[in-house]
Structure formats: structure tokens, C-alpha cells
Design a protein around this ligand. Structure first.
Ligand SMILES: NC(=O)C1=CN([C@@H]2O[C@H](COP(=O)(O)OP(=O)(O)OC[C@H]3O[C@@H](n4cnc5c(N)ncnc54)[C@H](OP(=O)(O)O)[C@@H]3O)[C@@H](O)[C@H]2O)C=CC1
Ligand SMILES: O=C(O)C1=N[C@H](C(=O)O)C[C@H](O)C1
Length: 268
């Protein structure tokens, strides 16, 4: 019995395609709709065609059409796409798993407001490993609150459009919170020229883009006579896909509220 009727936004994208295949292979999920932007070459094609299968679901650009049979929408698109999907989900009472990154503060506030009416899981990284790493970072930051310089280094494929990654920013937030700092005040996103000595209260970020790197994150705690590196490396997007389906299942009995992967994985 297929319990979860899932629509996928960004159906022709890297995450969308893998998700559609994972839904096909799951025992309990059914693809109920597929969305993409009007200009996408995938519009009108069967959503599973890329993997040589037939789902019977065509990729639409009409959001209402794509959502008409869905319990939950999983969105891996761009912030402007997510915001358009969010408005229609709210209107139709469709739950939402948001994996997209790169939102402004105003857009995040709109997502939080919509969660008063519909249940939403919103997380910059759906992988179990990354979320466990976030917990490790919380502990490490508390234990190394003085005498250690903190730098966050991330590497992603050449197609990624936002930097630093949503995950790197989340790592920065978790560490800043653990240290009683405000990331907005202590983050350093770029260094060039005569920068002066490092401010010990700063949290630095470095973003590397190249090739087909799926997603690597390292947090460096550099002290005196030692340094500690806490790393997570993705070898495929399967971890994000499996986490997204867990998030969709988690929403089954929830009608409203804003959740993250700590809620889904019981890490709070
Ligand atoms: N939370 C997590 O665990 C993860 C998050 N991500 C995030 O998910 C997002 C997508 O990543 P990825 O799949 O690699 O990206 P892709 O570019 O491969 O896919 C994005 C998809 O969204 C579509 N799209 C683009 N703009 C819009 C829009 N305005 N409205 C609706 N659809 C749109 C694209 O269509 P077209 O190709 O025609 O432009 C494409 O189908 C990124 O923000 C990324 O950072 C990625 C992996 C894991
Ligand atoms: O764009 C990607 O690929 C990824 N984006 C997410 C992010 O910005 O953190 C998650 C993962 O790192 C892959």
C-alpha cells in the first residue's frame, strides 16, 4: 500500500531525478506530481523517463496541476521557485519538504509564517551524517570556546550557484550559538589583500567550486600546537534523497509547524 503521495519540484534537476527514482523504488511512496520551470526541456515528458522507466506522471510547470494529488511536495529548486511553490502549498494544504538553499532572511520568515498553516521540514542538508556532524560541532565548539580559531571550508560541484553552502552556514550558526556569538556579526566570508591579523572571535568561511564534487564540509579548530578537523563528505546524493523521504514520512501525522532534520532524526 503506497502511503505517501509525493510531488517533486525540480523534477529535471540533479536531486529531483534521484528522488523520483527513489520514490519508484520505495515500498511506501508514490509519485503524484512533478514540477519544473516552464523553460525546462523536461516539461511534458514522463517524470521517470530519464532513468528509462514510466511513472505515468508528466512534468508540469503549472503548480496547481502538479500538486493536485499530493500530500507533500519535496522541493529542490531555487529560492524563487520554492517561494512560488510555498504559496500554492499553503493555499491547497499540501505539506512541504524544502531542501533548496540560498534563501534571504525575508524568504525564511515567509516560510516560517506559512508553517502556521501547513507542516514544513526545512533543512539545508537532509543527510543523517551531516546532522550528526552538526551535533558533534556543537559539542566541539563548547569544549574549544577559547584558544581555537574556527574556519569552515566547503567544496561543491561546478554547477552550484550559492555560496557558502546552506550546510556551511548552518554549521556556522550552530557553532556561533554554542559560543554565544551572533553569526551575522562574526562571520568572515572573504579575505584578500592586507586583511590584518585574524579576529579570534571570527568564524571564517571558504568555498571551493569544481568538477563533480557532491558536497564536502570541514570545520577546522586551529589551536596552539594542534588542530582538529571535523569533516563530512558526500560520495553520492543518495544520502540527501533518503533523508528527504524520511522527512516526507515524518510529516504524515503533522498538520502544521516548522521542523528541521533534528526533529526528523530525533536529535534535539
Ligand atoms: N538540503 C539538501 O540536503 C540538499 C540541498 N540541495 C539544494 O537543492 C537545490 C537544487 O539542487 P540541484 O538539484 O543540484 O540543482 P539543479 O539545478 O540540478 O536542479 C534544480 C531544478 O529546479 C529547477 N528550477 C530552477 N529554477 C526554478 C524556479 N525558479 N522554479 C522552479 N524550478 C526551478 C531547475 O530547472 P532547469 O534545470 O530547467 O533550470 C531544475 O530542475 C539547491 O539549492 C541545492 O543547494 C542540493 C542537494 C542536497
Ligand atoms: O548544491 C548542492 O549540491 C548541495 N547543497 C546543499 C548546501 O548548500 O548545503 C547541501 C549539499 O551540500 C549539496
Amino acid at each position: 500500500m503506497k502511503q505517501h503521495k509525493i510531488a517533486v519540484a525540480g523534477a529535471s534537476g540533479r536531486m529531483g531525478q534521484m528522488l523520483i527514482d527513489a520514490i519508484r523504488q520505495s515500498g511506501d511512496c508514490e509519485l503524484s506530481g512533478a514540477l519544473d520551470v516552464a523553460a525546462s526541456p523536461g516539461i511534458g515528458a514522463d517524470a521517470a523517463a530519464f532513468s528509462g522507466h514510466t511513472s505515468g506522471v508528466l512534468i508540469h510547470s503549472d503548480i496547481r496541476q502538479g500538486l493536485k494529488n499530493a500530500d507533500v511536495l519535496i522541493d529542490f529548486t531555487r529560492p524563487e521557485g520554492t517561494m512560488a511553490h510555498l504559496a500554492v502549498c499553503r493555499e491547497l494544504g499540501v505539506k512541504l519538504v524544502i531542501g533548496t538553499t540560498g534563501f534571504s532572511e525575508a524568504q525564511k520568515a515567509e516560510i516560517a509564517a506559512a508553517a502556521k498553516d501547513i507542516a514544513i521540514v526545512f533543512a539545508p542538508n537532509m543527510s543523517v551524517g551531516v546532522n550528526v556532524t552538526l551535533k558533534l560541532l556543537e559539542m566541539a565548539a563548547k569544549a574549544m570556546s577559547t584558544g581555537y580559531d574556527i574556519e569552515i571550508i566547503e567544496a561543491h560541484h561546478r554547477h552550484k550557484v550559492d555560496a557558502p553552502s546552506g550546510t556551511a552556514l548552518k554549521m556556522g550558526e550552530v557553532i556561533a550559538d554554542a559560543l554565544g556569538r551572533d553569526l551575522k556579526e562574526c562571520a568572515v566570508y572573504a579575505r584578500e589583500g592586507v586583511t590584518g591579523e585574524r579576529d579570534p572571535s571570527s568564524i571564517g568561511f571558504a568555498a571551493i567550486r569544481g568538477g563533480d564534487i557532491v558536497g564536502d564540509h570541514t570545520v577546522l579548530f586551529a589551536g596552539t600546537g594542534e588542530r582538529i578537523e571535523i569533516s563530512h563528505k558526500s560520495s553520492s546524493r543518495a544520502n540527501y534523497v533518503l533523508g528527504s523521504l524520511r522527512a516526507a514520512r515524518f510529516l504524515e501525522n503533522r498538520t502544521s509547524g516548522l521542523f528541521d532534520m533534528f526533529d526528523v532524526l530525533n536529535l534535539k
